[in-house]
Design a protein around this ligand. Structure first.
Ligand SMILES: [Zn+2]
Length: 248
């Protein structure tokens, strides 16, 4: 039986600094209605949770954000969904994209993660949310999002990097580290137990810096280590938390 709970304090989301005219946050597992391995604020469809619980949780997030929130169906790519804020994509019918942006005042956009890096971007007149896992980082999801906002006339001035698996936890095969760090040197990392790893947040930071974005609110929290967040590596079946940004 589900209990309808409202967020009781702002401590259930971590707010991020994205400059004037925006509100940005990363959700935690707390404050929702999902149960079991999805408890409680699972915002992801298609991860084994009851759709009605996900719908309620997305309603809770919209209330917290004080705006309609658009999600996308993420596939570790670099496609862009430009949301005109006319209608929120229905649960389970979200457009396929890993970047969602809007230039509509009063609208919010979000991406879902559980170890991948949620990246939020903002500049005068526009905001974007980016899903940047290993494939997305290597495919250039972040610079693609910056370029997509530029096409809308928005120069990105601020970015936020949310909680994600850290470079001391994200173990990968040695050949994968070699290949990835040949493309983006900042990805090269070693786990705390001495094996090859990738540092995705460091890679995103480097891409933001290369794009000329220096005002970066990096919330250096590891999802594998901090149980306030869903972590696919820690749990396998689990929910998804969100990075969300609203344009005022
Ligand atoms: Zn870690």
């Amino acid at each position: 039986m589900m209990t309808w709970t409202f967020p009781t304090s702002s401590s259930e989301v971590l707010t991020a600094e994205l400059g004037a005219g925006t509100w940005a946050a990363f959700t935690t597992r707390a404050g929702g209605v999902s149960e079991g391995e999805h408890a409680s604020l699972n915002l992801g469809a298609g991860v084994g949770d009851a759709p009605e619980a996900v719908a309620r949780n997305r309603g809770i997030l919209a209330r917290t954000a004080d705006a309609p929130v658009a999600f996308v169906r993420q596939v570790h790519g670099v496609d862009v969904f430009r949301w005109d804020a006319q209608a929120v994509p229905a649960l389970g019918e979200e457009p396929v994209a890993d970047i969602v942006l809007t230039t509509a005042a009063g609208a919010a956009v979000a991406v879902l993660v559980a170890d991948c890096v949620p990246v939020l971007l903002a500049g005068p007149g526009g905001v974007a949310a980016v899903h940047a896992g290993r494939k997305g980082v290597l495919a250039g999801a972040v610079p693609t999002a910056v370029a997509a906002l530029a096409e809308e006339g928005v120069t990105v001035t601020h970015a936020a990097i949310g909680p994600s698996i850290c470079g001391r936890c994200y173990e990968v095969p040695r050949a994968l580290r070699t290949e990835a760090s040949a493309q983006l040197a900042e990805l090269h990392a070693t786990t705390s137990w001495g094996t090859p790893a990738l540092d995705l947040p460091a890679g995103v930071h480097a891409q933001l810096h290369a794009a000329g974005i220096t005002r970066v609110d990096h919330q250096a929290i590891c999802t594998l280590e901090d149980e306030r967040f869903f972590s696919y590596r820690r749990s396998g079946v689990c929910g998804r938390f969100a990075g969300v940004v609203r344009l005022d």
